[in-house]
Design a protein around this ligand. Structure first.
Ligand SMILES: C[S@@+](CC[C@H](N)C(=O)[O-])C[C@H]1O[C@@H](n2cnc3c(N)ncnc32)[C@H](O)[C@@H]1O
Length: 282
């Protein structure tokens, strides 16, 4: 069989398995097996596929049919143009989180704090995009997630411009830690009663503590927004990702915490996705 035929068979199998974009996933898995970019697959489509490689590929396709996420099979995920190592201990970086990156890069800051850093995709992208004189801290309650973030920081050669601390939101910070001019977070925001409705790829395979607060979906925002102003410089900004129905509730929490200039930003699908608030300068 040629690689084109192998790909067609795999796509048909993923379609039967109910995978939403079967052709894309089959191509990403084949590119992973062959160690090439997906764009190069069209160049080898007519080549004969060696039996050993086809077996490896079929095994990945079987796992994907059982809803194992592509990133768990390849160990990597693209985010804002960079490759991040991922494991079952971290949330898969999502394209919609790039809205938060764009907003953060439009602000002036040199010290940034990322709460619930997971793979480190937000913090490390910000530090890699704005190299001159920037420093950042990432926190997470999951030490296993922080191990992945540290590996990604090493891959991006960020050296001593980044630190990680384990613990509960801002309580993880060392005592007498200097204030930040930007605090970012994409916390778990799915309400407990919505967890059962998640797609199997998400609900079965992503870390539960990355998805839900086990309550109404606002628990992490309450903790973060209450504590953030004490760790922001005057004029410093808090940017949080939200679920599409949470804008009003999270804005109200920011107002109650004394933040001003509150603004909601939408994602490419037109859904509310990021909220900004600023600590007044006195
Ligand atoms: C939605 S994931 C976001 C991961 C990453 N920042 C991203 O955007 O892909 C939320 C992260 O918050 C972490 N987390 C959950 N509860 C926490 C807590 N109480 N304190 C600190 N981190 C927490 C989870 O382990 C997870 O890594």
């Amino acid at each position: 069989m040629t690689w084109d035929q192998v790909l067609r068979q795999a796509t048909a199998k993923l379609t039967l398995g109910g995978i939403s974009d079967p052709a894309r996933d089959a191509r990403r898995l084949l590119a992973h097996i062959l160690g090439v970019e997906t764009a190069r697959l069209s160049l080898i489509g007519a080549d004969t596929a060696p039996a050993g490689l086809t077996r490896l590929f079929d095994d990945l396709i079987d796992q994907r049919s059982r809803r194992v996420p592509v990133s768990h099979l390849t160990g990597v995920r693209q985010f804002y143009g960079r490759r991040f190592a991922v494991t079952p201990d971290v949330l898969d970086p999502r394209p919609e989180t790039e809205v938060l990156i764009a907003q953060a890069l439009a602000l002036p800051w040199t010290r940034v704090l990322d709460l619930g850093t997971g793979s480190g995709c937000i913090l490390l992208t910000l530090l890699a995009e704005r190299r001159a004189g920037t420093f950042g801290i990432g926190t997470d309650l999951s030490r296993a997630a922080l191990a992945v973030a540290m590996r990604n920081a090493g891959d991006l050669r960020l050296g001593d411009r980044v630190q990680f601390h384990d613990g509960d939101w801002l309580e993880a910070l060392p005592v007498s830690c200097a204030a930040f001019d930007l605090i970012v977070s994409n916390p778990p925001y799915i309400a407990l009663d919505e967890v059962a409705d998640l797609a199997p790829d998400v609900g079965l395979y992503e870390p539960r503590m990355a998805l839900t607060d086990e309550g109404d979906g606002l628990g992490a925002y309450r903790a973060i927004i209450r504590a953030a102003p004490a760790h922001l410089t005057g004029g410093g900004a808090l940017l949080v990702e939200i679920g599409p129905t949470q804008a009003q509730a999270v804005s109200d929490l920011m107002t109650a915490a004394g933040l001003t200039g509150i603004a909601v930003h939408r994602d490419l699908d037109g859904r509310d996705r990021v909220i900004f608030g600023r600590k007044p300068r006195n």
